[in-house]
Design a protein around this ligand. Structure first.
Ligand code: SF4
Ligand code: SF4
Length: 335
């Protein structure tokens, strides 16, 4: 993934502006340096006092100690934002610096499907339906097993999200800097997703739900196109090609994948196979056949759904099949 121009400008802006300073502050203030070279912490602090008329909160997941230097706060791990509320409210300018090198905890990036979808599909394509036994499924799952990482790290993402929401309540006009030396594709993806979260944070409720809905649909569409996980050929999806009365009886139709219901094609299906009504539940749906091989995505893996929707609201996004966007949004709002 390439950085968008906007992102690039952002990074450049702080280069022209304060980025070197912020990066150097970050470097000064990593735990090791602070312990081994306390004088550098002071020089970093002096620099801030001299050059900047603002408070900077640094998010750094590795930095687990409570630290408070006048004008500079660590909000990681144990430090409670509550304790800073008064100070922050009276600050003329507030910024947050997030170390993007710590930004590797977005489950949807790590999801099983993203990494292994094409391998699994290839393996399935090569098999005859009678070879798809429980043992074959078990072997596939073992071979392409998702690393635990994507799930355990969700906690860190939740931590950061909760902190941002709180910060927004106290000080809605904060600036955000992303700092770090190199940007990997994964980090660019995470920055993009995090920016969407921050944008949504600033919207009113109605606009926010609509924005979340559209952005998540867009991301699913991108992934479906990229990973081709229904593997359509001649209007038949993989599950239809492997249909079998005893072991795989889904979907009931002969063509058009899940968009063909029992007796007719869904009324919302366009001639070219696309959906007229942007149904998020259908987009998220994965049939039992490819699902049992681990292909799929979960609503909680999407930062926006995880950050702003309750479990019940997420359930509406998952189970409102064959419904237009407006109906699903209404259900979410009432959820
Ligand atoms: S999810 Fe639907 S379209 Fe995709 S493979 Fe399964 S039955 Fe086919
Ligand atoms: S509503 Fe669902 S089943 Fe109907 S066309 Fe859209 S995606 Fe297909």
């Amino acid at each position: 993934m390439k950085l968008s121009k906007e992102k690039f400008d952002l990074i450049k802006t702080f280069d022209d502006d304060y980025s070197n300073l912020i990066i150097s502050m970050y470097n000064y203030l990593t735990a090791n340096v602070r312990i081994e070279h306390p004088e550098k912490v002071i020089s970093g602090y002096e620099k801030i006092k001299k050059d900047m008329d603002e408070i900077i909160l640094v998010y750094d997941a590795k930095w687990s100690e409570d630290v408070k230097i006048d004008g500079f706060f660590n909000i990681s791990a144990k430090y409670a934002l509550d304790e800073l509320s008064d100070k922050i409210k009276n600050t003329p300018k507030l910024s947050l610096a997030i170390n993007v090198e710590e930004f590797d905890n977005f489950p949807i990036w790590n999801t099983f499907m993203r990494h292994n979808c094409s391998n699994i599909l290839e393996q399935l394509e090569a098999k005859q339906i009678e070879d798809i036994t429980p043992m074959c499924i078990e072997e596939t799952l073992k071979k392409y097993k998702i690393s635990e990482v994507s799930y355990t790290k969700t906690l860190e993402q939740n931590f950061l999200v909760e902190r941002m929401k709180k910060l927004y309540e106290i000080y809605p006009g904060f600036n955000l800097y992303y700092v770090g030396n190199n940007l990997s594709n994964e980090q660019s993806f995470c920055i993009n997703e995090f920016d969407k979260f921050l944008y949504a944070l600033r919207l009113g409720e109605d606009d926010r739900y609509s924005y979340i809905y559209d952005e998540v649909c867009k991301l699913i569409d991108e992934m479906v196109l990229k990973y081709n996980f229904c593997n359509f050929k001649d209007n038949l999806c993989l599950s239809q090609r492997h249909k079998n009365l005893f072991t795989n009886n889904y979907p009931p139709s002969k063509t058009d994948g899940c968009c063909y219901k029992v007796f007719h094609k869904c009324g919302y299906n366009n001639k070219d196979g696309t959906c007229k009504v942007k149904c998020i539940s259908c987009k998220l749906f994965i049939c039992p056949y490819i699902g049992k091989f681990g292909i799929g995505m979960y609503a909680y893996e999407f930062l926006l759904l995880n950050a702003f929707l309750t479990k019940r609201q997420r359930r509406e996004t998952v189970y409102s099949f064959y419904k237009p966007k407006e109906t699903i949004l209404k259900r979410i709002k009432n959820g």
